[in-house]
Design a protein around this ligand. Structure first.
Ligand code: HEM
Length: 965
């Protein structure tokens, strides 16, 4: 069970909350299994499974980076290998769930898991942590016309053997079918219901395909039907690759389910090396959900609210309570909860218990444990693998005081005195152009300006422009503290002013009002705030600037910030707070209410932590409450400003209502003009990297604003190898051992090249493959692990051309097909796996070589002459054969020794007055020429006589006719 918070938290929610309270709705697109929101003739579950295969299938495990499940499919929809609308529509659905904590690549994997399980198949174990590519990868998806040998090689390139190939394809084709519109050479239009021919007789994930393939009747259009004569019966080619041994084993249901679980897990765990996968995701037994601290009016009290999600799959819960520690690690108290709702996954059920507790800001909270009492009397305490569930109170977003108007967010946060000035961060989903269905994530940041100080906290505010509110997330962070990943859509249109203590509240209101009148200079003041914030903070910022104009800078980092935020464990919180406390006291000079500063209570890193994981207590429990109130829980417990409870901003704003909501100050339109150029296209491109979060959460913590340069390295790595410098790694295996070439002898080359000669061949350049055929097609060999240019040259000895493609494919031919055109040499950027000093083509690109001195073609045969006379017969011309009869039908003599003399003497001896030579070796006789035979040019009767190349003996359908003198 993971420790919370965890990089997989968002994925875990989307994976398990299928229906009910706080459902994430992911699986609704594939429920029931046969469902498609796009109408008849489609099955979304099948489309999701296929998306998984096609995203993975261009993997080349012999290269770095080698691709895999990385979402590159989104950039490859136009490349001819991904035909059908299911790819774009699936990725569009995933885009709706996409954010800085959940990559498209993880959703592609989750789509495989969900479609298989949702269709009644086995559980495919699921891990998180895939990083999204930012550009297309190479081509290489198996196409139905490829043929068995190519399939075997393509799967080998992906890292799979023949048995794997058969298993994966049989499991993949357990659901769905073939669309006539996409594949008219496999399913003829008009021959299947909705033009959609299923692979077997069911839409469920079962082994009918295997059973029917072995025993018949076979309905799989990739095995039987018109695909056979169109050489597109790829399932047949795949399943027969081991003489049907593997497909036969899949007739057993148990074997089938085990095999499919394993092979599909391998498929979705084929990922680029930079994607470090998490453990297999199991649902939390207890998981905090929507936890929020809110500093209440006056600043002396904090409200702590949210839900506790309890897994109820195998327990009947009677009550859930929370025991918390104060911010110094001392005993805090106990909080009761009420059932708010239930939810279900494919195999799990959950109940959410809401709570709402107010405690003094001085003592506050640092962590909590959860006790779950079961109806049987057992009570289990969950301490988050020992340390309790951490809660940081150093940076708190004040949702009631935050709002969104005119595409501007105005965000207010309370920051514990002594904590450096916070940064406001916004991550938006910006649509991509060019038919790419997945948006880019763009993160922009803005400085925040300090307002009043109330008790332990300083109130900061900031504004930031939002161009794409749907799915946008915002947060506030300072160092490793953050309160973030909040939906922009939660925000109402009105910001309720923060009511500080009597003196401070006035200053706050002045802050708010001053915003409207603020002058251009505010930008400057905010900048000064930023610079000074590190050390002294306080003073300068208090009033003036206010407007929170904050020159927002757009950066790309995003995710790292978001995830690390919550990681700040309780202990670190404590230590930092104590150390900083001195600062808070000094700065208190500026504002009034400060004095409290009880944070100095040091106590430092109190160890305490009750690591008890399963202490058994008697039934009684603390609070029953349980079911009675159910859904109303959240509202019932609310105190004055219950607002933060949950997104629904409308209720939030209304509940807090009363205190002079001075509408005028709501939010200032003026800021819209400020230079928040965050949305400029340039900043988007690299932003998708964000999701790197999942791996390295802890270390990155402090990055927030400046990270752009570092994160960019992650992104580029997933794309194509691009330029030479990125890959190199000269060490490993050195120049080839093969002889022929004049290659280097001792030193390892630092940069690969396109050798200008591989004797007896010369480099022609980097060439494309023509659209519908191969550039070179006479002989093909594969050697993905160890191909070199020299090996291909040796394999193609005797051919005029050869070329290496995709690192491991070698093609030979005597002619280059039309449509194969020169491309930039830099396109051929795959390093030869067997010789790192050479390039071996790329996806759809051949490193092309040609014989330096092609053998001079044999001299064209001398044109034969047609003898004018022979043996008393005279040549009368070249005649056609009439349609239904021979020109000289009476007698035929054929010989490989034929000459004109031989033919004439044959007919003469046989008593005919006419003789005719045809097609090099035929001799025809008659006494008259048949009607319909026409005279044509002599050049049509110049085929060499079989017995004498110097003489003409007619032609195809052409008779050279001789008549007796
Ligand atoms: C040699 C390997 C393979 C070839 C040549 C191949 C070919 C095809 C073709 C031609 C279609 C019909 C697409 C359409 O008309 O819309 C199809 C559908 C499908 N393929 Fe494959 N496939 C292969 C392997 C796999 C694998 C390994 C998987 C997954 C693990 C898979 C999953 C699917 C699914 C689920 C469908 C149904 C899609 C739908 O109903 O919309 N295929 N495949």
């Amino acid at each position: 069970v993971p420790t919370w918070p965890n990089a997989i938290d968002e994925l875990e929610d989307v994976m398990f909350l299928n229906t009910g309270y706080k459902s994430r709705g992911f699986s609704s697109h594939i429920t029931p299994c046969s469902f498609s929101e796009f109408g008849p003739g489609r099955q979304t579950a099948a489309e999701w499974l296929r998306v998984g295969f096609h995203d993975m299938a261009t993997t080349n495990v012999f290269f770095e980076p080698h691709g895999g499940i990385d979402g590159s499919l989104a950039f490859e929809l136009q490349n001819g290998e991904n035909v059908g609308t299911g790819f774009a529509s699936s990725l569009t659905i995933y885009s709706g769930h996409y954010n800085s904590r959940l990559s498209v690549a993880d959703m592609i994997a989750l789509g495989v898991h969900a479609s298989v399980r949702g269709c009644g198949g086995p559980v495919v174990p699921m891990r998180g942590g895939r990083i999204d590519a930012t550009a297309a990868g190479p081509i290489g998806v198996p196409q139905p016309q490829n043929g068995q040998g190519t399939f075997v090689n393509q799967f080998a390139r992906m890292g799979f053997g023949i048995v794997d190939m058969i298993q994966m394809t049989a499991c993949g084709h357990a659901i769905g079918g073939v669309h006539a519109a996409n594949n008219p050479l496999i399913v003829a239009p008009g021959t299947a219901p909705d033009d959609y021919q299923l692979f077997d007789t069911t839409l469920e994930f079962d082994n009918k395909l295997a059973i029917q393939y072995v025993n018949g009747p076979i309905s799989d259009p990739l095995t039987v039907g018109i695909s056979v004569r169109n050489t597109r019966n790829s399932d047949f080619a795949v399943f027969t690759a081991d003489k049907n041994v593997t497909i036969k084993t899949l007739q057993n249901v148990g074997t089938f389910n085990t095999v499919c679980s394993n092979i599909l897990q391998k498929m979705i765990e084929t990922v680029p090396p930079e994607s470090v996968l998490s453990d297999v995701i199991a649902p939390y037994e207890v998981k905090p959900s929507g936890i929020q601290l809110t500093l209440l009016a006056g600043g002396s009290q904090i409200k702590f609210s949210g839900d506790i999600r309890v897994r109820t799959t195998s327990r009947t819960v009677s009550s859930v309570s929370i025991t918390y520690k104060d911010r110094n690690g001392g005993t805090g108290g106990t909080i009761t909860t009420t059932l708010a709702g239930t939810a279900n996954g494919f195999d799990d059920s959950f109940a959410f218990y809401s709570f709402n507790k107010t405690f003094p800001a001085t003592s506050s909270i640092s962590s909590f444990t959860v006790s779950v009492a079961e109806s049987g009397g057992l009570t289990t305490t969950f301490s988050n693998n020992g340390a309790g569930f951490p809660v940081q109170d150093s940076v708190i977003v004040l949702l009631p005081q935050s709002c969104s108007t005119n595409r501007n967010l105005q965000i207010t946060a309370a920051v514990r005195t002594g904590t450096p000035a916070p940064t406001l961060t916004l991550t938006q989903k910006i649509p991509r152009a060019g038919g790419i269905p997945v948006p880019a994530l763009s993160t922009s940041t803005a400085t925040m300006t300090k307002g009043v100080t109330v008790g332990e906290y300083e109130i900061y505010s900031g504004t930031i422009a939002v161009s794409s509110p749907t799915g946008a997330k915002f947060g506030v962070s300072s160092g490793s503290f953050a309160d973030d990943f909040k939906d922009v859509e939660w925000l109402g249109g009105t910001c309720t002013p923060f009511e500080g203590s009597s003196s401070s509240s006035s200053s706050m209101s002045s802050t708010a009002s001053s915003s409207t009148s603020s002058t251009p200079s505010s930008t400057i003041s905010s900048l000064s705030t930023l610079s000074s914030s590190a050390s002294t903070s306080s003073s300068s910022t208090v009033s003036s600037s206010s407007t929170t104009k904050s020159s927002s800078t757009s950066t790309t980092s995003s995710a790292t910030t978001l995830s690390t935020s919550t990681l700040s464990t309780s202990s670190t919180t404590l230590s930092t707070s104590t150390s900083k406390s001195s600062v808070s006291t000094t700065s208190s000079s500026s504002t009034s209410s400060s004095s409290l500063s009880s944070s100095t209570s040091k106590s430092s890193t109190s160890t305490t932590s009750s690591s008890s994981t399963s202490s058994i207590v008697s039934s009684s429990s603390t609070s029953k409450s349980s079911t009675s109130t159910t859904s109303t829980a959240s509202t019932s417990s609310s105190t004055p400003s219950s607002s933060t409870k949950k997104p629904s901003t409308t209720s939030a704003s209304t509940s807090t209502s009363s205190p002079s909501s001075s509408s005028s100050s709501t939010s200032r339109p003026l800021t819209s003009t400020t230079g928040t150029s965050s949305t400029s296209p340039s900043s988007f491109s690299s932003s998708t990297l964000s999701t790197s979060t999942l791996t390295s959460s802890t270390s990155k913590s402090s990055i927030t604003t400046s990270s752009a340069p570092s994160s960019s390295t992650l992104g580029t790595s997933t794309a194509k190898p691009s330029t030479s410098t990125t890959i190199t790694n000269p060490s490993t295996s050195k120049p080839s051992t093969t002889s022929t070439s004049s290659s280097s002898t001792t030193t390892a080359p630092s940069t690969p090249t396109h050798p200008s000669t591989i004797p007896p061949y010369t480099f022609q350049g980097c060439y494309t493959e023509p659209p519908n055929t191969r550039a070179l097609s006479q002989k093909i060999t594969f050697d993905y692990p160890a191909m070199t240019l020299d090996k291909c040259a040796a394999s193609c000895a005797g051919y005029v051309f050869w070329g290496v493609e995709y690192g491991g494919e070698c093609y030979c031919g005597n002619t280059l097909s039309p449509g194969s055109n020169p491309a930039p040499d830099s396109d051929c950027n795959f390093i030869c796996p067997g010789d790192k000093s050479q390039y071996c083509g790329a996806g759809n690109r051949l490193s092309l070589y040609r014989l330096t001195n092609p053998p001079s073609p044999p001299p064209p045969p001398a044109k034969p002459t047609i003898p004018a006379t022979s043996n008393g017969y005279n040549y009368t011309g070249c005649h056609t054969e009439p349609p239904n009869i021979r020109a000289l039908p009476a007698a035929l003599y054929a010989s490989d020794e034929l000459t004109v003399d031989l033919c004439v003497s044959y007919c003469k001896t046989a008593g005919y007055t006419m003789a005719g030579v045809e097609y090099a070796r035929e001799c025809w006789c008659a006494n008259s020429l048949s009607a319909g035979s026409e005279l044509v040019g002599d050049d049509e009767c110049d085929m060499q006589c079989a017995g004498d190349a110097g003489e003409g003996c007619g032609g195809g359908n052409r008779v050279g006719v001789y008549v007796r003198n």
